[in-house]
Ligand binder design. Structure first.
Ligand code: ZN
Length: 152
């Protein structure tokens, strides 16, 4: 309780000492949408190359993350609903970072996102419908339901 009061006081003090910061923040916040768009577009055009370079650099430094993002984006286009990258990584860890059919680990093979019930059979991107499969098991499975799949 005391800490909360202290924090409030600290916030007020900070706000008094930095009036410009809040003025800027609030004018930006209350700006009509149209103006924000124009502002963003100008900013974008001005920093287009810079931005592209930094994306390129990030991609080069984080090839695994970039590949994961690409994979997730591809699945999002195919199915309704978004795949949560954090949830997906947590689920993989929970399942031992292994292919759920041949049990090879992520170190031995490339794991792909598999829909337990395929999109074409009415499955969705819910984390409960996703599992890690290696590339070869995933391509063998195609659109078969899990019961139909014969393990290697
Ligand atoms: Zn496999």
């Amino acid at each position: 309780m005391r800490n909360k009061e202290n924090y409030k006081q600290y916030q007020q003090k900070w706000r008094q000492e930095h009036p410009d910061y809040f003025k800027k923040y609030f004018t930006n916040y209350h700006r009509p949408n149209k103006q924000v768009k124009v502002y963003d577009r100008e900013y974008y055009l001005k920093h287009k190359d810079e931005k592209r370079e930094s994306v390129k650099r990030w991609r080069k430094n984080n090839p695994d993350k970039f590949r994961l993002l690409l994979r997730i984006r591809r699945h999002q286009i195919r199915a309704n609903g978004k795949i949560n990258a954090k949830e997906w990584l947590e689920k993989c860890a929970l399942l031992g970072n292994r292919c759920q059919i041949c049990e090879r680990s992520a170190d031995e093979t490339k794991l792909t996102i598999d829909h337990i019930i395929p999109i074409s059979k009415g499955g969705d991107n819910d984390i409960g419908n996703l599992q890690p499969l290696c590339f070869s098991c995933n391509s063998r499975k195609r659109d078969k339901l899990p019961e139909v799949m014969i393990p290697l």
